[in-house]
Design a protein around this ligand. Structure first.
Ligand SMILES: [Zn+2]
Ligand SMILES: [Zn+2]
Length: 218
């Protein structure tokens, strides 16, 4: 399946419009995409966002899914999205972004590599195990903050999280922005544990959607 289930647009911090991202997806012969802009509990744009997706769906053959990316707020597994928004979205990604520690949001590089990896794993594990299934159904760019700041996320942490995805019916996202160096390892782990899997580029502009598709996963 030629898909991209993680795309940002100029509705939040992406550079291009929905129409421009669809145009790129058509050039790449994608069959299915999801618009997954950043959401917060306080966001008020989602009604218009859903309407806009309905409108642009009419101009393309590509199946377009309604989605969002929400951040994991704390170590209790709270997710920064409102229930009424969650009920309207199919592709519901929860991701670790900045770390909620000491009454603030801290970048991963405020910590040592090991500390950052542990914090990121704990935030992810707690979100999955406290999840009701409504606020998210995909764990986004697992280990991504540690990978982007330190180049690594421990393999046994991936194992632990993938097993929890299976247990709690959460899809594991292969994210082409953060997981490039782990594609081979993740491929064998995902084959071994067999969770639901989604694929996304995390594109913030048209050029980001151009990746080698279907090489690692048939
Ligand atoms: Zn993200
Ligand atoms: Zn994203």
């Amino acid at each position: 399946m030629q898909m991209d289930m993680h795309i940002h647009t100029n509705w939040t911090d992406g550079k291009n419009s929905m129409e421009e991202m669809i145009f790129e997806a058509e050039k790449l012969n994608l069959e299915e995409i999801a618009f997954t802009d950043h959401i917060r509990t306080t966001s008020s744009y989602y009604d218009d966002y859903v309407k806009s997706i309905e409108a642009v769906s009419k101009i393309t053959e590509i199946k377009i899914r309604t989605g969002y990316e929400a951040k994991i707020c704390d170590f209790f597994g709270n997710i920064d999205v409102a229930e009424n928004v969650a009920k309207r979205a199919e592709v519901r990604i929860a991701s670790v972004h900045r770390f909620p520690v000491e009454n603030g949001l801290k970048s991963a590089d405020t910590f040592s590599k090991e500390e950052a990896q542990n914090i990121e794993k704990e935030l992810t594990v707690n979100a999955i195990t406290n999840n009701s299934g409504l606020l998210f159904n995909i764990i986004g760019h697992c280990g991504g903050m540690s990978i982007s700041k330190f180049g690594e996320f421990p393999e046994d942490y991936f194992d632990e999280i993938i097993k929890l995805c299976v247990e709690f019916d959460i899809a594991f996202e292969i994210n082409y922005r953060y997981h490039t160096k782990y594609l081979r390892e993740l491929n064998s782990k995902l084959t071994k544990y067999n969770p639901y899997v989604t694929f996304g580029t995390d594109a913030h502009k048209q050029e980001d959607m151009k990746i080698e598709r279907g090489k690692q996963f048939g």
